[in-house]
Ligand binder design. Sequence first.
Ligand code: SAH
Length: 211
Amino acid sequence: MVDQQIAEPSDDRRIITNARVLDAMRTVPRHQFVPEEMRPHAYRDRPLPIGHRQTISQPYIVALMSELLAVEPGHRVLEIGTGSGYQAAVLAELTDEVYSIELLAPLAEQARRSLRAEGYDSIQLRTGDGFRGWPEAAPFDSIILTCAIDEIPPPLWTQLKIGGRLVMPLGPQEGMQRLIVATKKDNGSRETETIIGVRFVPLVSDAAAPQ
Ligand code: SAH
């Protein structure tokens, strides 16, 4: 999977070069994070359903977002949308301090089981609305959202360190979104770069402005 889809793809616009990310992608067993009936497809180049109308992202997108986060050992990372737990496991290969929040309790429980079974005991998991972030654990070196919304949730921006990076699908709930990297500059201002068009499930929150 990693060689053909991520490290040496036929389409070299989508190559991932960060060696730590490639190692992490080689290490985490994706099949352990998908439902039983999806296991035969676990290493294909596509997103997969994980129940409750949610999906585990395509491996390339997981690798790309992990690379864009620029995680270094010792960094504290927050993920919004634990889903299957797969992205959290990849992040845990990059640093010891991973926090992840999932809105839907059954998915959060399943992710907890999968992560425990694979030995990812250091990941901090919470069930609830990630729009509000995890203030007690802030500030974070980087923040990743794996669900889409048309604004950067203000609490998440507050919880990002100066110099930190936030990676997310920005845009409407239906249709195309943009994968962006927003960097918090010295004076707290925002520098935003658009990477590619993407399609993620929506972030669901009472705290968000109506879309
Ligand atoms: N990172 C996941 C992909 C999950 S899909 C993986 O590796 O498998 C996005 C997830 O975001 C879904 O599980 C959805 O339930 C969750 N989600 C949606 N709104 C949320 C919110 N406000 N807070 C936390 N999680 C949310």
